[in-house]
Design a protein around this ligand. Structure first.
Ligand code: ZN
Ligand code: MN
Length: 466
């Protein structure tokens, strides 16, 4: 059964002021309902004014996503009754959005982008004593109301949750490179997903935050629809809510269509002309695809590794380049970032930005391996403690009394001593008894307190007993 998924992404744009007033957008951790004015509270008689910066940011995103930007745009009122919007409509764009017809390529496949538009965020609602379906009451914080949102709508081109994950990760990295979005902000990126099985009705899951939750919600919904079909029931067209705690989706409302919102032209705002010279005046920074190409060329690292580093997170790509200034073995650097560093970050459920990992201390770990002071195996242990604590790797070696391998010369000395002390085993080895080799390796490891690499020791013994 073929699965079809389309998504709508709402992204907080990183402007200093809200979309239609001069209130600050820096609402995290602030006392509720302090960053407000008559405009974002929707008082009668208040008049919105467009923040040009938000349109600049929208244009940049539209260009990066290969969209056609409309030469003339306007805003519309999307009518609905809900406590997150006191004026009972949201100023959005409907008939003529900012841009249409783009695409983003992931895993060698083009995902088409239907439209991109600007709108105001509603208030943040806090459900008390339960979730959206069971709360006893609701608190509203209008600090968030009016923050500019960029809504990006794709065609139903995804056929798996893996593709959605890749898309979101790359999209987030692009927006970060454009410096119009901060992925570390809570609720900074929210996803609505439409899911259907080929030939069936679609269900829409609203307002999923966090990439991991998007995956869980989609997986649940795909199984639910497949099960319905298996027992001969139809999937109903409806809007569903994802409950992160039970990892399941539930009916919110049935059969709603975009036209039901009764859009009307926003009479308090004028049409906005977007001229070619406006578009050209906005400087386009280096974007992820170009950055991957440059990494491959400049640092001679494999494309697959460069893609992982750049598409996961701009901060990770910046980290790679910061390290490259003080450490020139780029292949080793890239390899350790995409394998053990990422594994440990994922394990601790943090991003590079949230972690205490710094270029200087990370490079210190790699240099310990290069100098032959620790084995790669020991480094894999050290990094597990290093990532959550940010402690200097040398410090970890000292504190845990981890014995580092001595230089090659010193290791040779130990091997020679073991050979001398175990004449019988050496004779056995020469006579072709493989067990004797392991016996000798064991002795060397014991003397070096297991800090030597068994493979290296084996080779050394073979060489020195010939
Ligand atoms: Zn305001
Ligand atoms: Mn929207």
């Amino acid at each position: 059964m073929k699965v079809l998924i389309g998504i709508e992404i709402h992204v907080h744009l990183l402007t200093k002021a809200k979309l239609f007033c001069s209130c600050s957008t820096d609402y995290e951790g602030k006392e509720p309902n302090n960053l407000v004015c008559p405009i974002c509270l929707g008082f009668p008689g208040s008049k919105p004014k467009v923040n040009k910066k938000a349109i600049d940011f929208g244009i940049l995103a539209a260009k990066a996503l290969n969209c056609k930007i409309n030469p003339e745009i306007f805003f519309s009122r999307k009518s609905y009754f809900y406590p997150d919007m006191p004026k009972n409509f949201q100023i959005s764009q409907y008939e003529i959005p900012l841009a249409v017809g783009g695409y983003l390529e992931i895993l060698g496949k083009k995902i088409r982008i239907r439209r991109i538009h600007l709108e105001e965020d509603p208030a943040r609602l806090v459900h008390v004593g339960g979730d959206i379906t069971s709360a006893t009451h609701v608190l509203a914080d209008y600090n968030r109301a009016g923050i500019p949102l960029l809504e990006i709508v794709t065609e139903p081109d995804f056929t798996s949750t893996k593709e959605v994950r890749e898309f979101l990760s790359k999209l987030s990295s692009i927006l970060e490179h454009l410096e119009i979005f901060d992925p570390s902000k809570e609720a900074g990126l929210r996803v609505d997903a439409n899911i259907s099985l080929e030939g069936g009705e679609r269900a829409e899951i609203k307002n999923i935050t966090g990439f991991a939750n998007v995956e869980k919600a989609l997986n649940y919904e795909i199984i639910r629809q497949k099960n319905l079909r298996r027992i001969g029931k139809k999937v109903e067209r409806e809007t569903r809510h994802f409950d992160a705690e039970t990892r399941s989706t539930h009916t919110l409302r049935k059969k709603e269509f975009e036209e039901d919102y009764g859009y009307i032209f926003e009479p308090d705002l004028t049409k906005i002309e977007i001229s070619q010279s406006w578009i050209k005046s906005l400087k386009m920074p280096e974007l992820p695809d170009k950055r991957v190409e440059r990494f491959v060329k400049q640092y001679k690292i494999p494309k697959q590794q460069a893609s992982v580093i750049v598409y996961i997170d701009k901060a990770l790509a910046d980290f790679f380049e910061d390290c490259s200034k003080i450490y020139k073995n780029y292949k080793q650097l890239a390899k350790w970032i995409v394998t053990d560093l990422l594994k440990c970050l994922n394990w601790n459920k943090i991003t590079i930005r949230e972690s205490r990992v710094k270029p200087k201390s990370f490079v210190e770990l790699l240099k310990l391996i290069d100098k032959g002071k620790i084995t790669e195996r020991l480094a894999k242990e050290i990094i597990k403690e290093y990532v959550p604590t940010g402690k200097s790797p040398e410090q970890i070696v000292k504190e845990k009394k981890l014995v580092t391998i001595k230089g090659k010369k010193e290791l040779e000395k130990v091997v020679l001593a073991v050979i001398k002390e175990n004449k019988k085993a050496v004779d056995d080895l020469k006579a072709g008894r493989k067990k004797a080799l392991e016996f000798l390796v064991g002795h060397v490891l014991k003397k070096t307190r297991k800090t030597a690499d068994p493979k290296v020791v084996r080779e050394l013994i073979e060489k020195l007993t010939k």
